[in-house]
Each structure stands twice: as C-alpha cells, then as structure tokens.
Write a protein that binds this ligand. Structure first.
Ligand SMILES: NC(=O)c1ccc[n+]([C@@H]2O[C@H](COP(=O)([O-])OP(=O)(O)OC[C@H]3O[C@@H](n4cnc5c(N)ncnc54)[C@H](O)[C@@H]3O)[C@@H](O)[C@H]2O)c1
Length: 255
C-alpha cells in the first residue's frame, strides 16, 4: 500500500464538535477533503449549516446538528442521528471550547463551571457516547482538542479555569486510550498554540503581537495549518498512535 493511501478517509464517518467556525470548521473540511462524510455539531445552527454546505461542495455527505456538548440529552440525540444517517462513527473530534479572562480571586464559581462544562465535561460526554459505539464496532479514532494551556500559564491573560480544563483533556485522553486500546479504539489529543480564530477576535492587537513574538516561528497560526495533523490522527497512517499528546504551537512552548 502506498504511503499516501494510508491517509485516505474514503467511506469513513466523522463527528466534529464546534465545527461551525474556527479550528473546528477547518478540521471538518480537512477530514472531508481526505474522503470522510462529516457530521457538524455546533450550538450555532447557521454556522454549522455553512460548514456542512462547504463539505457537500466537496462531494461528501454532511449532517448539520445543532447541539450543546454540555447537555447529555443533546449528545445522545446527536449520536443517534449520526448512527441513523451514516450507520457508523469511525472518527470523533472533540473541538468545541470556550475561554474567558478572569483573575482566579475574582472568578465567580459559575464562570469556572461554565468553562469546565464545555471544555472538559463536554469532551467526556462525547467520548463516552461515541466510545460505546466504537467499542461495539471494534474500530475508532478519537481526537480531543486540548491546548498548550494544559502545560503553561498564559501571559498576560488570567484563565485558570481554561488551563485546568485543557489539562483535564490531556489526562482524560490518556485514560481512555488505555481503557479502549483492547477494542481497537485510539484516543489522542492535539494541543494547539495561538491560532487566528474567532475565539481570539476580542483580543487586543498588542496581545496578538506579543503571543506571536513568543513563538519560535514568530507568528500566530492560521487554523487551516492544523488540518493535516487531524487527518493523520484520524487515518491508518497513525495506527500505532494512542494516548499521544501532540503539540502544534510554532515553537511557543520551547522556552
Ligand atoms: N484559538 C486558539 O488560539 C486556540 C489555542 C489552543 C486551543 N484552542 C482550542 O481549539 C478549539 C477551537 O477553538 P477556536 O479557536 O476555533 O474557537 P471558536 O470560538 O472560533 O470556535 C469554537 C466553536 O465551538 C462552538 N461551541 C462552543 N461551546 C459549545 C457548546 N457548548 N456546544 C457546542 N458547540 C460549542 C462555538 O459555537 C464555535 O463554533 C477549542 O477547544 C479551543 O480551546 C484554541
């Protein structure tokens, strides 16, 4: 088998959460470009439908599902819809995430819980409900989106809830990789550095310049630059990867 054919996802069925915009949209399109049919989950219905339309333009099937990753009923309904329409789920990317900047001593408990709920609990819920299907199929690749914030305290913004949630995603990934390896279900995590997505829109230009200057490559990423790593982890090209933590940060965390 030629090396490039290992990256092909023809006939594979994927779910990407938070795929209405930003990194999630790029991941969903990347998987479709590699051959997969993709279910796009987002709480923003219009943006989800736009991503689904882009995927259909590539000649793949797409399902737009409006849903909140923090609501177990929404997660179960989404998994049911995808199974009914696609018949199986080979790939899951848990990408939906939120952030806010609040010093710990001023953080309302509700704000802490809001971020943990989307960034960690939502990942657990999708891993659990899709993992059950993959265990039955004896096949699956799950990719959870963490962040370099799992390992470092960002500067200058204060966001201990976000960073803790992303550290949780790394550990959840390792635990599930271990639990589900006997069922041929692989679980990996990608830790991006700063990317130019709507998540960073509210950030002052001086912060964007500062984060860029901290990266060895002296720039912030375009989210499309990360498509390749998700296709790799979803595909047979990464068949010996599970529990891996892959940092893609332009060298931000080197020093
Ligand atoms: N942008 C960065 O610099 C950066 C860096 C490291 C990690 N990340 C991570 O990458 C992922 C994508 O971030 P992004 O920058 O594309 O953000 P974004 O805000 O541009 O997109 C996030 C998407 O997730 C959706 N979403 C949020 N909460 C949801 C919920 N409860 N249920 C369903 N959908 C929900 C949003 O509607 C949005 O479409 C996040 O997990 C984020 O933490 C981003």
């Amino acid at each position: 088998m030629g090396i490039l054919s290992l990256f092909k996802l023809d006939g594979e069925k994927a779910i990407v959460t938070g795929a209405g915009r930003g990194l999630g949209r790029e991941i969903a399109i990347g998987l479709a470009e590699a051959g997969a049919d993709v279910a796009v989950v987002d709480r923003l219905a219009k943006e989800g439908e736009e991503t689904a339309a882009e995927i259909e333009k590539l000649g793949r099937k797409a399902i737009a599902i409006e849903g909140d990753v923090t609501k177990e009923e929404d997660v179960k309904k989404a998994v049911h819809t995808v199974m009914a329409k696609f018949g199986k789920i080979d790939i899951l990317v848990c990408n939906a995430g939120i952030v806010s900047w609040i010093p710990a001593e001023e953080m309302e408990f509700e704000k802490w819980k809001e971020v943990m709920d989307v960034n960690l609990n939502g990942v657990f819920l999708y891993n659990k409900w899709v993992g059950r299907k993959m265990i039955k199929q004896k096949k699956g690749s799950i990719i959870n989106v963490s962040s370099i914030s799992a390992f470092l305290a960002n500067y200058p913004q204060k966001q201990c809830h976000y960073n803790s949630s992303k550290a949780g995603v790394v550990q959840l990934t390792k635990c599930l990789a271990f639990e589900w390896a006997p069922y041929n279900v692989r679980v990996n995590t990608v830790c991006p550095g700063y990317m130019n997505t709507p998540l960073l829109k509210k950030a002052d230009k001086k912060y964007l310049d500062q984060w860029a200057s901290f990266a060895a490559q002296k720039r912030i990423a375009d989210p499309s630059e990360l498509k390749g790593i998700f296709v790799f982890l979803a595909s047979q090209a990464s068949s010996y990867f599970t529990g891996s933590v892959i940092v893609a940060d332009g060298g931000y965390s080197l020093w």
